[in-house]
Each structure stands twice: as structure tokens, then as C-alpha cells.
Design a protein around this ligand. Structure first.
Ligand SMILES: Cc1ncc(COP(=O)(O)O)c(C=O)c1O
Length: 449
């Protein structure tokens, strides 16, 4: 077997040095973490915040645009951007101004903003009908429920390596040709493999075979996978997926929560393939808790029919705070002033420069690594060619190396999302921030060489 291009021993030694550096320079974050441990599990309000590779998470002082400052007074170039929630920058002024908390923001009533938001969403994504949810997880859950209700079928299909939020039905993997429950799940009681099928992405033959039983209500997928590293669709795959689902009476949902980075209107508008449903959350209302799901006119009619046929009472779809004025105000401002073609033009040009710079550094060091880009989002993967499915992406992963690079970058002032090597540029990210990140990355690779 060929030795890995960066040795585990060198990585471990750099990691130890970076831990010491963090401890020296972040006394206040470490102190806040000790204090928070008294009443918060792992010392954080959401246990995912412990997934950063540093001895404590950075405790935030403030964030603006694509910069943030921690409680130790250190400034960072933020390429994590709240793992996409702040894709359009932290506190975009138009959204911040719209959040007028002196007026009621949760009344279980629509407002005069509703019709114009519907118009804007329809123009942005090309689907005519919409509903709101509070999170993308919820929106995906609701799409699954609606799809089952209108098709009368119980099964759904997802792709190996998918992540659609904390949606039980989707938390499965594909292993040795079978669908299995994801091993890392906590507190899972139901047998998820009863109603969910998982197959590899980019595998049209496996898709045709799975759909042939005519019992699958919905295929739910990101148009490009972004949560197992990045896996782009091969030419013809999405077209094949659309044709096969249509032929089998299976509905197709594109979860654009992350692929929104591709272009104005997301991957869907860019590729011109119309799904039956589209989900977008996280950044859609400038980072305020809000998600949207859109659907075709035909699907809308089938939803009305299903609701009319059901017994009166709870549909199991929706949550109290969804579509409240807080979210609506933020969504209206974001769609009008923040999520604009000009914002994308800038973010994508910055991301192009970053991708090119990373590729040059990697090539210069002779490392067999690649950079995959989806508009304003990019991913560094430790393999020579972009992977075509989650198994290949997992094979290329190196957790110790990723943690060392992330911590080293953090210590030098550039922040990456903790979960994988994802970097996101926003409309306020500038070329100076990119130059700094590239210089830090080059430094670290020299230390690892
Ligand atoms: C593609 C995709 N869909 C949905 C979600 C869930 O978003 P949330 O955690 O805001 O519910 C995520 C979260 O990372 C995601 O990546």
C-alpha cells in the first residue's frame, strides 16, 4: 500500500502544537466554556457546537458580514458562515432592519407580506406554490408526509451520504448493497429500513431497480450531495432521475438548503430540471429560523384533495411558529435585498479565486487532492478526482488531518465549517480574506510536508 502523502505522525505533532497555541490565545473562550458546563450539556446550547476541533468552541462576541470576533477579542475571516445559515453574511442590514421586534411576531395569522413573498419565491425557484416551516428539517419532514399522503405509498428513497436534517426517515446508509440505519443515531426506536431505501448517488441502474416496485412515494435528494464532502451529479444523472421518477409515479424533491450556493435560484434554476418539490432553509431568510417548501400546481391540487379526504383534525404537518411575522419580515427583506443576482455574482467570483488558489497550493506541494466547487461553496477533498458517490468520499476522508488543518486555520484567523472541509464565500467575503486563508493554508501544508 502507498504511504499517505501526509504522515499521521507529522499530523499528530502539528495538532498538539495547534492545541497549545489555541489554549494560549483563547483564555476567555476556555473560561466561558468551563462556566457554561455547569448548566449546558458539553457546555454549549446545542451539542453540535462541540464538534469544532479546538479544546473549546470559540465563544462569540459579535459577527458582521463575513467577519466575526470571539470573546478573546480575536477576529476571524468566516468561511463557515454558520454552516450556511449566514450564507449571505452575518446580520445582512436589510434583514436586521426588518426585524422590528416592537410589533407582534407570532399571531397565527398571515399578513399583507404573504402574497408578495409568494410571488418572489415563485420567480426565484420557478415553482408556483409555497408553504413555510421553521427549519429545513421540518420542511423536509413535511414534504415526506405530504408525498405519502398524495401518492398513498409509504416508502421513500434517499441517496447514500445524504443529510436532510434531523428527519428520521432519511437517517439511513447504504452498506453492502443494503439499506441500514445510520450507526451514529441516538434514541432511534423505529426500524427506519422498513420505509426508506438508500442507494448510491449517480447510480441510475440502482435507481431504476429501486423504483421498479412502484411503491416509492418520493425521492428526496440534494441536487449535488454536500454533506458527505461534496459529490456532484454526473452528466445526465439528474435528467435520468427526473425521467425515472415521472415514469414510476414517484415524486421528486430537491433539497436546496446547501445547494442554494450554486447560483441565484439554486441548482434547480441553474440545471433547468423541475422537481415536484423544492426545499430551502437556513439562509433563505438571512439566517433567521425559517424554511420554505415549494411545489407544482398539480401537486398543490393533490394536497388539497388529500386534506379534503382526511378526517378533520391534525395533519401532522406544520409547527406553531412557522410562517410567523418574524420569519415573514426577514424572508421578505432577504428575497428583496439580500438574495440577489449581484450577491451571487460577487460570492461566486470570490469562491472561484479561492478554489483556484487552493488548487495551485495543493499542486505545488504535489498532493493528490482536489477541490470541488458549487458556485459559492467549495470542498477540499483528500483524493485526486472528485468522488462520484458517498463511499468514495468517505474513503478519501482523513479526520485527523482535517481537524489539524481546521484548528491550524482557526489559530491563524480563518474559520472553516467544523463538519468537513467546506468553505463558503458570501457577498461580503473579499479577496483579502481569500488571500489570508490561502497564505495560512500554504503555511500549514509546509509544516506538514
Ligand atoms: C441539505 C440539508 N437539508 C436540511 C438540513 C437541515 O437544516 P436545519 O438543521 O436548519 O433543519 C441541512 C443541515 O445541514 C442540510 O444540509
Amino acid at each position: 500500500m502507498k504511504p499517505p502523502p501526509v504522515s499521521a505522525a507529522t499530523t499528530a505533532s502539528l495538532y498538539r502544537r495547534e492545541i497549545a497555541r489555541f489554549n494560549d490565545s483563547h483564555p476567555e473562550s476556555l473560561r466561558q466554556h468551563r462556566l457554561a458546563n455547569a448548566h449546558f450539556l458539553y457546555g454549549v446550547p446545542l451539542h453540535w457546537m462541540r464538534d469544532w476541533p479546538s479544546p473549546s468552541p470559540l465563544f462569540l462576541r459579535h459577527a458582521q458580514g463575513s467577519r466575526l470576533q470571539c470573546v478573546d477579542g480575536l477576529d476571524y475571516d468566516d468561511f463557515c458562515l454558520g454552516d450556511t445559515g449566514a450564507m449571505f453574511g452575518h446580520a445582512p442590514p436589510a434583514v436586521a432592519d426588518a426585524l422590528n421586534l416592537r410589533t407582534g411576531y407570532t399571531a397565527m395569522l398571515p399578513s399583507a407580506l404573504t402574497a408578495s413573498i409568494g410571488d418572489k419565491l415563485a420567480r426565484l425557484f420557478g415553482l408556483p406554490m409555497w408553504q413555510l416551516a421553521t427549519t429545513a428539517s421540518d420542511a423536509n419532514r413535511f414534504v415526506i408526509r405530504w408525498a405519502r399522503a398524495i401518492t398513498g405509498r409509504n416508502k421513500i428513497l434517499v441517496f447514500d451520504g445524504c443529510y436532510h436534517g434531523t428527519v428520521d426517515d432519511t437517517l439511513v446508509d447504504h452498506q453492502d448493497g443494503r439499506t441500514v440505519a445510520r450507526a451514529s443515531l441516538l434514541g432511534q426506536a423505529a426500524d427506519l429500513t422498513q420505509h426508506t431505501v438508500s442507494i448510491p448517488f449517480n447510480d441510475l441502474a440502482a435507481l431504476e431497480a429501486a423504483l421498479a416496485s412502484n411503491d416509492i412515494a418520493l425521492v428526496l435528494t440534494e441536487p449535488a450531495l454536500t454533506n458527505c464532502g461534496m459529490v456532484l451529479p454526473q452528466p445526465g444523472f439528474l435528467e435520468g432521475l427526473r425521467a425515472a421518477t415521472k415514469a414510476r409515479g414517484t415524486l421528486l424533491a430537491f433539497d436546496e438548503t446547501h445547494t442554494l450556493s450554486t447560483a441565484w435560484g439554486g441548482y434547480t434554476r441553474a440545471c433547468g430540471i423541475q422537481p415536484d418539490w423544492l426545499v430551502a432553509g437556513k439562509a433563505i431568510a438571512g439566517g433567521v429560523p425559517c424554511a420554505v417548501y415549494g411545489f407544482s400546481a398539480e401537486v398543490a391540487q393533490r394536497m388539497r384533495d388529500a386534506k379534503a379526504k382526511a378526517a378533520p383534525g391534525h395533519s401532522g404537518i406544520g409547527t406553531t411558529l412557522a410562517g410567523g411575522e418574524l420569519a415573514m419580515q426577514a424572508l421578505a427583506a432577504s428575497l428583496e435585498h439580500v438574495n440577489t443576482p449581484a450577491a451571487y455574482e460577487h460570492a461566486i467570483s470570490v469562491a472561484q479565486g479561492l478554489a483556484q488558489g487552493l488548487e495551485e497550493i495543493v499542486r505545488g506541494q504535489g498532493l493528490p487532492w482536489c477541490v470541488t466547487r458549487l458556485g459559492a461553496r467549495l470542498e477540499l477533498q483528500f483524493c485526486p478526482q472528485p468522488p462520484q458517490d458517498a463511499a468514495a468520499a468517505a474513503h478519501a476522508a482523513d479526520d485527523a488531518l482535517a481537524a489539524t488543518l481546521h484548528l491550524g486555520l482557526l489559530n491563524r484567523g480563518s474559520l472553516l465549517t467544523p463538519f468537513h472541509n467546506m468553505m463558503l464565500a458570501g457577498p461580503t467575503t473579499d479577496h483579502g480574506q481569500v488571500a489570508r486563508l490561502l497564505a495560512h493554508f500554504a503555511d500549514l501544508l509546509t509544516e506538514l510536508a
